[in-house]
Design a protein around this ligand. Structure first.
Ligand SMILES: [Zn+2]
Length: 199
């Protein structure tokens, strides 16, 4: 079979992306030849800009263009309510619903003994420090409803239960195995509204 090297390389790069198989990767590559060259260059430019300029917010651990993200620097957000998520993509999914007005804390993953990820590899110390410092009245734990997510939730509860903040957990709308990033807005909204204190 005759192969065109540049096309093959483009397909290979696309197929490295999540959810993109070789067929989709081939379709995307072919599509780039159909649209205007300047549109392709703009896309490439946006990807580069995005990758080079997005940093981690020093307060919440979410994505930002500046040292402090727009959520953490918004005076209208309720800083007494802290919602803890595994990844920035979960923060993004909850923020999309527009129903949460507190601030966030992104752990940067979840405790996973099988993958060798212990609490020290996550932003847990930063979370404890925030709660210890006072000013937080509720910590909402919004880890995902899988084994590692639950382990992380229980770990955080034990760690935080002796401080003055209430520790709550999302309601069971999300307990059916749906991860936050895939849940529809209504499910996320119900899970936040129906949150309960742990234990
Ligand atoms: Zn932030």
């Amino acid at each position: 079979m005759h192969k065109i090297r540049l096309l093959e390389e483009c397909i290979t790069e696309f197929s490295r992306l999540p959810g993109i198989g070789r067929k989709s990767a081939a379709r995307l590559s072919m599509h780039l030849l159909k649209i205007k060259k300047e549109d392709v260059l703009r896309l490439a430019d946006k990807i580069t800009l995005f990758r080079e300029n997005i940093i981690i917010c020093s307060e919440c651990g979410g994505l930002s263009e500046d040292e402090i993200c727009p959520i953490c620097s918004d005076p209208k957000r309720d800083r007494r309510t802290l919602l803890v998520v595994e990844e920035a993509k979960d923060l993004f999914a909850i923020e999309q619903t527009g129903c949460y007005n507190g601030v966030y804390h992104v752990l940067g993953g979840k405790i996973s003994p099988l993958e060798g990820i212990g609490p020290d590899k996550l932003r847990i110390r930063e979370l404890t420090e925030k709660v210890k410092a006072g000013g937080v009245s509720e910590v909402i734990i919004a880890t995902n409803p899988d084994l590692d997510g639950e382990t992380t939730a229980v770990y955080l509860f034990k760690l935080l239960k002796d401080y003055s903040a209430a520790v709550t957990k999302l309601a069971s709308g999300l307990a059916l195995g749906t991860h936050i990033e895939y849940a529809d807005e209504l499910t996320v909204l119900r899970a936040i509204e129906g949150r309960r204190e742990m234990y």
